[in-house]
Design a protein around this ligand. Structure first.
Ligand code: SAM
Length: 293
């Protein structure tokens, strides 16, 4: 299945050369969450760590690791002694992630690898767990990447995938669409939302569980919203007139909300296992020819 988006969200050269060459654009959006997040279930990265529930000593692949915030900010939720392979399409992200994870002083081993989720450079059954956090909406065919995750997992290994839910941060995306055109919804959730993730993962993994992390953002600064909305398409190539239009719209929305724009923040995790080999697997079935007389 191809993702419905054929735009920049899955355009490898755009992702590498502009969106994720380094963590600046991602940081503009993360800042909104860090500064204005409330409610929810505590720190997002610790929440991921707790729900991934990795056994101590696991060999873990984090694909699409970004700047490695999970391993730094979520470390208290992980057991000691994990062995980490941090992989990303972007060499700049891999460098930052390795530095962040090593700085955390919590892991037995940290290695960085430049890699594409659709064609992983790892042998079959080399990991106890694969994490793919907020990245499968960038992959042209999520089924291909999921089958790669399954291939590199040992039987009984854990897959943890995070993404956004439909409706995530609706007022934010509506402001962007009013200023720049395009969709008035979260492109990540449109392409690979949590429910779609659950259904695609269920095709290849068993058992599968889904966890939601509901929260909200209460944003009080127009420049912070403008910075975030101009960090990804179409806002990242908007002309001055469109950006000024956005500033006016954000200021009007803030005034209407008494100085605050409240946005639902809905994201979550699908956690699944690669089934251990069953007694009835092909190799265990007795060859009927051996019974021939
Ligand atoms: C939204 S960021 C998420 C970063 C991190 N996992 C997190 O949750 O903070 C998406 C990351 O996926 C990476 N990425 C995009 N397409 C990829 C692919 N096909 N294979 C590996 N990494 C990819 C990007 O370079 C970027 O670092």
């Amino acid at each position: 299945m191809n993702n419905p988006s054929v735009g920049a969200d899955v355009d490898r050269s755009y992702l590498l050369s502009r969106q994720y060459r380094d963590s600046k654009k991602l940081e503009a959006r993360a800042h909104l969450h860090r500064r204005y997040g409330r409610g929810g279930q505590g720190n997002w990265f610790e929440w991921i760590a707790r729900h991934a529930a990795l056994p101590a000593g696991s060999q873990v692949l984090d694909i699409g690791c970004g700047p490695g915030w999970l391993w730094e900010q979520g470390k208290d939720g992980f057991p000691f002694g994990l062995s980490l392979t941090l992989a990303d399409l972007s060499p700049g992200m891999v460098t930052d992630a390795v530095r962040a994870a090593q700085g955390a002083g919590h892991y037995a081993r940290v290695e960085g690898v430049v890699a594409d989720a659709s064609k992983l450079p790892f042998a079959d059954e080399s990991f106890d767990a694969v994490l793919a956090c907020h990245m499968l909406y960038h992959v042209p065919d999520a089924r291909v990447a999921l089958s790669e995750f399954k291939r590199v997992l040992r039987p009984g290994g854990i897959l943890a995938v995070t993404t956004n839910l439909e409706g995530n941060m609706a007022p934010f995306y509506e402001l962007g669409a009013a200023a720049f055109g395009g969709n008035a919804s979260d492109p990540g959730a449109d392409i690979f939302g949590l429910r779609k993730a659950e259904s695609l993962i269920s095709e290849q993994f068993n058992p599968v569980e889904m966890f939601e992390y509901p929260g909200e953002l209460a944003v009080t600064s127009a420049p912070d919203i403008v910075l975030a909305l101009t960090s990804f398409p179409p806002g990242d190539s908007a002309d001055d007139a469109a950006v000024e239009r956005l500033v006016d719209l954000v200021e009007a929305a803030l005034e209407q909300g008494g100085g605050t724009i409240v946005m639902p923040k809905v994201q979550g995790m699908v956690r699944a296992s690669r089934q251990a080999a069953s007694k009835n697997s092909v190799t265990d079935v007795e060859d009927p020819r051996s019974q021939a007389t």
